[in-house]
Design a protein around this ligand. Structure first.
Ligand code: CTP
Ligand code: CA
Length: 238
């Protein structure tokens, strides 16, 4: 069947999409994590599959309800930690036409993971030592340059901005810093929440070493997904 109206024809293409949020274990029963629901990433997988692509969805701690009813073209690989997400992406990206990093990747992990459940120490507080996680997306940019494969690389960023630093400016800098091809920027200054049904994004691209807004999209996460898939498909082939 042809792709639904508004979607590019992705038959014969392979998309790798990471979604959800990574969790970093403190001990066998506790973790550091984030509230990403994985809904946007699941909708991206749905849209890419509807457009005809074979999709690998690397799902970091996504509720089964969010993954229910995905089309048959979507293969789900469940991961928990950033290290597992990185391994899965490094393995699958070389065979992909596009990699969309919608996952909220934990920036830090506990420097030590306790083998046994941690016990309280009297009434003392607890200080955790954290180590910085590798940047999976930057790693893929470097891997692509070293190995010469051709997947488009797409990041996601939610920014609030800060006094004197508009969120859009931070997103443009982030795109150039990461070295990926597109950055889907979500302005969360107005207090738009994680896990919500609606979304509003600007899709940033690079031209002549400068970041610019290539497209804007708002509406349901499905509508935003269609815009993102359209922008990815419109990138020049590498
Ligand atoms: N990302 C990644 N690996 C990380 C952190 C982020 O691959 N360790 C990816 C995310 O999946 C996303 C993009 O990078 O596609 C931007 O994530 P973001 O958290 O906004 O960027 P950071 O580089 O972590 O910057 P910040 O300090 O603003 O969190
Ligand atoms: Ca981060």
């Amino acid at each position: 069947a042809a792709a639904p109206a508004g979607l590019p024809d992705l038959r014969g293409q392979r998309y790798l999409i990471s979604a959800g949020g990574t969790r970093e274990p403190l001990d066998p029963v506790r973790f550091l994590g984030n509230r990403s629901s994985g809904k946007q990433g699941a909708q991206l997988a749905r849209a890419a599959a509807q457009a005809g692509a074979a999709v690998d969805l690397v799902a970091a701690n996504i509720d089964v309800a969010v993954l229910a009813d995905l089309p048959p073209g979507v293969r789900v690989r469940a991961v928990e930690t950033t290290a597992q997400l990185q391994t899965a992406c490094a393995e699958l990206a070389p065979g992909a036409d596009a990699v969309i990093m919608a996952a909220a990747v934990a920036d830090y992990r506990p420097a030590h993971t306790a083998e046994h459940k941690m016990k309280k120490d009297g009434d003392a507080g607890l200080t955790l030592e954290l180590a910085q996680n590798p940047d999976v997306l930057r790693g893929l940019v470097a891997q692509r340059a070293a190995e010469g494969w051709g997947a488009a690389l797409v990041g996601f960023a939610a920014e609030t901005g800060s006094p004197g630093r508009p969120a859009l400016e931070l997103a443009e800098e982030k795109l150039l810093r990461k070295g990926c091809d597109l950055l889907v920027f979500n302005d969360v200054s107005a207090g738009r929440a994680f896990g919500s049904e609606d979304n509003e994004v600007a899709i940033l691209a690079v031209r002549d070493g400068r970041a610019h807004v290539a497209a804007r999209a708002h509406g349901s996460k499905a509508q935003v997904s269609h815009a993102v898939i359209g922008a990815v498909a419109a990138l020049p082939r590498r």
